[in-house]
Design a protein around this ligand. Structure first.
Ligand code: PAF
Length: 285
């Protein structure tokens, strides 16, 4: 596995590989890799001649200094996971390489209005500007490719798709299913920060979604049901919403059809999110 850290070497490598006719599968990450990331490597591996993974803990997408400081870093394990899951090139740029002016001057910012302003965007101001800006840069350096993202960050995928569309970037975004632990908890690098007791209560997220999926209910009934399940475990709910899967606009209570349920809440000081497809029925009467 080739390891690179400079933007120039990364750009040249991707360019030369494409020139030799190879297709590129790109997996951008912030490290602390788990089976969810590994499933993205596997998906990219199955479709491409070359898999490039990036690891960069992007400070611009953290609206909370403590969250950035507490973000888990596991470089040796990450390297092994990338190697074992067929990554050909692991790029780990330094902060000086990616954002040389940061934090003294704010570099160019990509802001995806609409889908980037609601839900996580409203609760974590600046978060999606940081995500879109770093992903735009990662795409610009890599060039034409397919890029793989996990559906646990469902809104992140919607924001990136909108950005790719609006800026006509030469990248196809591929979304991959959420990977869950046996008890239903969606894998996340943040789970490592939960106490044993909070880890058990965190299963309320997947239980809330399963309840919503198994009840024929209107959008508002689903919202109430999911909120109740989360609050029952002492989770401070940021939102429990039912939305259009593309625009992420809230579903009104008289609509029916396939929607996405999105949850966010704070448990033990750790912000967790989860989501699932749901079928809503129109409110009766
Ligand atoms: O999902 C992540 O790990 C990050 O938001 C991403 C897409 C790598 C951008 O920093």
């Amino acid at each position: 596995m080739l390891r690179l850290s400079t933007l120039e070497a990364w750009r040249e490598f991707a360019k030369s590989q494409r020139a030799s006719g190879r297709t590129i599968g790109l997996v951008p990450t912030m490290g602390a890799l788990h089976a969810g990331h590994e499933s993205l490597f596997d998906a990219a591996r199955s479709r491409h001649d070359l898999v490039i993974a990036t690891i960069f803990v992007n400070p611009r997408q953290f609206n909370d200094e403590n969250d950035l400081r507490a973000y888990p870093r596991t470089p040796e394990l990450d390297e092994r996971a990338a190697l074992e899951h067929g990554v050909d090139c692991l790029v780990e740029p330094t902060l000086e390489e990616m954002w040389p002016e940061y934090p003294n001057e704010t570099p160019t910012t990509v802001s995806v209005a609409g889908v980037g302003d609601i839900l996580e965007g409203a609760g974590r101001p600046g978060h999606f500007n940081g995500v879109a800006s770093v992903v735009a840069k990662i795409f610009a350096i890599t060039g034409e490719c397919r890029a793989y993202f996990g559906e646990k960050d469902f809104q992140q995928i919607a924001v990136i798709r909108q950005m790719v569309h609006d800026l006509a970037l030469d990248v196809e975004v591929v979304s991959c299913p959420i990977v869950r632990d046996a008890d239903g908890l969606a894998l996340s690098s943040r789970n490592a920060r939960l106490s044993d007791e909070a880890r058990i209560r965190a299963t309320a997220f997947s239980r809330a979604l399963a309840n919503a999926q198994s009840h024929a209910a209107s959008a508002n009934e689903m919202r109430a049901l999911m909120r109740e399940t989360l609050e029952g475990e002492g989770i401070d709910v940021a939102y429990a919403d039912v939305v259009d899967p593309v625009s992420l606009e809230s579903t009104s209570d008289d609509e029916a059809g396939e929607r996405r349920a999105l949850l966010a809440g704070v448990l033990d000081g750790v912000r967790l999110i989860d989501n699932a497809p749901v079928m809503v029925r129109a409110r009766r009467g």
